[in-house]
Design a protein around this ligand. Structure first.
Ligand code: G3I
Length: 368
């Protein structure tokens, strides 16, 4: 009798434990945060199902757009706080870890940042002070409420050279150091990240490792490098991804996968450079009516192979964030080709969890 009672109790406890890990965020607890990029309509509850899913299924959130330089600071003497304030409050209400994205980026930034009253490039001193004011004001406003900031986004080309942005043209590579110094000045306790895409490309990874070393040597705080992880069916390889994780770990920073999506569509190029754009064709949009199971299985394997890496290196991987909640809301339906149907994230167009998520939960439960 006693044995039956014990077995019943064990089965009951196991079922509680399984139920307790009913979400991927539950299953990765203690390994890494499971995040999602959130848009303003989701914060505002325009589609309550999406809002509910975000609150229930994820342990971290990042703003897809509302905290970027242009939306939050459209003119030198004008800040627009409404969406960003609501975003941070949304995360706090749902007891989620909030990341800020992004302070300094060559894209989605007001032209005013770089020009004087005559439309000419400002001096290095003026640009540096404008960066200083922007960062002190934005980081300062959310001091103590945000775990970390994407301080600088996408400063390198894939070949490891510096992107020839207006920041670089006017200030040289030191604009990055200044940004990290200003962010630390604004909130000494907030984590600071460098964020980029194609971090798995060896030349780019080496340049980022060199940047980490230079920032540390200059006494700057840098906690992690964000690998955006806008991946495709065949690139990057698992090996290249593992090599990049090891290089960053050796450089003494944590690794975040900050914008994970895996496009199932043919790609006119590998990357996430928002400036690129290509013509629509049916060949480039083959799954309008749905994804054949054989292709879906290949995508599932791709996601599971990469998720296995995150688990293998969970000592250094602190967060994995999906860049979009569902296949309906992903930016990839219109990038790099407008009007396509992509299937790159973990929830489908009916807001349903894809079967691969249950496989990921099982993997996470089994991992050390
Ligand atoms: O909010 C305006 C709206 O008022 C206006 O009517 C509309 C039409 O012009 O544009 C809206 O802004 C758009 C914004 O998304 C919000 O929807 C911008 O035009 C559009 O360019 C912007 O695209 C975002 C893109 O970054 C550029 O900022 C994508 O949603 C976002 O997913 C994408 O995310 C970036 C990361 O921040 C950095 N890493 C690469 C990643 C993909 O490009």
């Amino acid at each position: 009798m006693k044995l039956i009672t014990t077995i019943t109790a064990l089965v009951f406890l196991a079922s509680i434990q399984t139920m307790a890990q009913k979400t991927l965020a539950d299953a990765t607890k203690g390994k890494f945060l499971l995040g999602v990029a959130v848009n303003s309509q989701q914060v505002d509850g325009v589609n309550p199902i999406e809002t509910e899913l975000i609150a229930k299924e994820f342990s971290a959130i990042v703003p897809e757009n509302c905290m970027k330089p242009q939306p939050i600071h459209p003119e030198e003497n004008k800040y627009v706080w409404d969406s960003a304030d609501k975003f941070v409050a949304f995360g706090e209400k749902n007891k989620q870890v909030v990341t800020g994205h992004c302070l300094i980026w060559h894209s989605q930034i007001g032209k005013w940042f770089f020009i004087d009253a005559d439309g000419k490039d400002v001096s290095p001193e003026v640009l540096k002070e404008r960066m200083h004011q922007h960062i002190l004001t934005v980081v300062g406003r959310y001091k103590g409420r945000i775990k970390g900031w994407d301080v600088v986004n996408e400063a390198f080309e894939d070949n490891g050279t510096y992107r020839n942005s207006k920041f670089y043209q006017i200030l040289g590579k030191d604009f990055i150091k200044y940004a990290f110094q200003f962010a630390h000045e604004a909130d000494p306790n907030v984590e600071l990240y460098y964020n980029d895409y194609n971090v798995e490309t060896p030349a780019k990874c080496d340049a980022i490792v060199q940047l980490v070393k230079e920032l540390k040597a200059a006494g700057c705080r840098i906690d992690a490098v964000g690998s955006q992880a806008h991946w495709h069916m065949n690139s990057p390889t698992v090996d290249a991804t593992e090599t990049s994780i090891k290089k960053l770990k050796d450089a003494g920073v944590k690794v975040l996968f900050t914008e994970l999506d895996i496009s199932i569509l043919p790609s006119p190029y590998d990357g996430a450079n928002v400036a690129a754009n290509f013509k629509y064709s049916k060949e480039m949009d083959p799954y309008k009516e749905g994804v054949p199971d054989s292709i879906q299985q290949k995508w599932n394997k791709r996601m599971l192979d990469m998720f296995g890496l995150f688990l293998k290196y969970n000592d250094v991987v602190d967060r994995v964030t999906l860049w979009g909640l569902t296949d309906n809301t992903t930016w990839l339906n219109n990038f790099p080709i407008r009007g396509r149907k992509d299937y790159p994230v973990l929830f489908d167009r009916n807001n349903q969890r894809k079967p691969v998520v249950d496989e990921m939960i099982k993997m996470a439960k089994k991992s050390k």
